[in-house]
Design a protein around this ligand. Sequence first.
Ligand code: ZN
Length: 201
Amino acid sequence: MKIICIGRNYAEHAKEMNSPLPSSPIFFMKPETSLLRTRDFFYPKFTNDLHYECEIVLKIDKVGKNIQEKFANTYYSSFTLGIDFTARDLQKNCKEKGLPWEIAKSFDQSAPLSKKWFPIKGIQENIDFDLKLNGEIVQEGSSKDMLFSFDQIISYVSKYLTLKKGDLIFTGTPSGVGEVQIGDHLKASLMGKEVLNFNIR
Ligand code: ZN
């Protein structure tokens, strides 16, 4: 199983990062060991600037390669929310030196994922979600603001990688990313339903 994450998929987030808008999806990966297996998240020792990024996550249902955009919707049937934790200080250093991002993005537990999945079938409206830090909303997102749709992402990524059943796609974060500290509490809601709720320890 692999986790594919899309960068800069919301214009307002690209702006807050002082990054140009991409002309095609940008992706990077996290390993299976990035999934949060414990109840709470433990702040890693190697960073002093850990950021949350709340994102809609798709689960791939079947193997596919070179998937045409018009058929992409047959490759996933459920979605939920996850957090793409990012060691922003390490990422900044990588960006400045033109190095890969893995130490900033792919570490253990960097991908908390909800266990509650929602069927995508029948959803016509925008998918709205939000993240609360210590009870205050810090991120509000809607799938309508994505630069690249779920189907465009799947089509693009599958040009390069074979997608397999069980793979996860983090589809990018809206604006409002920020730091967490030990003692903080994160709660994420998808279409009004709470799906993630954990502490930073
Ligand atoms: Zn992200």
